[in-house]
Design a protein around this ligand. Structure first.
Ligand SMILES: [Zn+2]
Ligand SMILES: [Zn+2]
Ligand SMILES: [Zn+2]
Length: 218
């Protein structure tokens, strides 16, 4: 049995950036991964720029170094194939989050098991109006994600794949109680819910419950 205490993470106004090269052609498949050929060089942190709607500006083309910059990767990380001039030069960024209890900082993809955050890009537009799995927000109008073993992200407020009330948007397939901020986050079937499961979460390599702030395998 494994146990992981949940921790609360909040977004910062900083992002981690990489210089990324990849092959976007549908014709080419990386001989090592079967996907795109891909390589990244970590540049470091920078301020996030937001667009006028408040979202992170994903277009960083006017901020990237020229193609002649020697830091751009030359070859695929997986198979070693050289990139051509026609392959894109992308300045890639991911928002940095901070753990309120420890001060630890991380991008969500590297956050430790048990880390919990609000997927604000979903919940920000749903601060009023209906809640439930069909709207991807819980009773507090947040869209909470918990990091599971195997780097799986559990969107607690989303619809379970085996939901038995797929036409009903206002129930919660997983019912949340408590708050991630104070370690009391608790998920079960006590509330307006469907018949799917018993409030547990199953992903490849992990099946367990989140009770009283602790993720526990079963
Ligand atoms: Zn490759
Ligand atoms: Zn359901
Ligand atoms: Zn189990």
């Amino acid at each position: 049995m494994s146990e992981f205490k949940t921790s609360w993470w909040e977004p910062t106004d900083r992002e981690l950036q990489w210089l990324r090269r990849y092959t976007s052609s549908d014709m080419h498949k990386c001989s090592a991964t079967g996907g795109y050929c891909n390589a990244k060089f970590e540049l470091g942190e920078a301020d996030i720029l937001y667009n006028k709607d408040g979202y992170i500006a994903g277009d960083r083309d006017n901020r990237k170094p020229p193609a002649s910059d020697p830091r751009w990767p030359k070859a695929c990380d997986a198979c070693g194939r050289s990139f051509g001039d026609e392959d894109p030069h992308q300045l890639f960024g991911k928002q940095i989050y901070i753990c309120q209890a420890t001060g630890e900082r991380s991008t969500p993809d590297k956050a430790p098991v048990g880390a919990c955050w609000d997927a604000w890009w979903i919940s920000e537009r749903r601060k009023e109006g209906p809640t439930g799995s069909g709207y991807l927000v819980g009773p507090d109008h947040r869209s909470l994600v918990v990091k599971l073993p195997g780097n799986h992200d559990w969107h607690i407020d989303s619809r379970a794949s085996n939901c038995t009330r797929p036409d009903d948007n206002e129930h919660s397939c997983w019912v949340r109680h408590g708050r991630p901020e104070d370690g009391t986050l608790h998920v079960d079937k006590d509330g307006n819910t469907c018949s799917a499961g018993a409030g547990s979460i199953a992903v490849p390599g992990f099946h367990g419950f989140l009770h009283h702030g602790v993720l526990r395998s079963c």
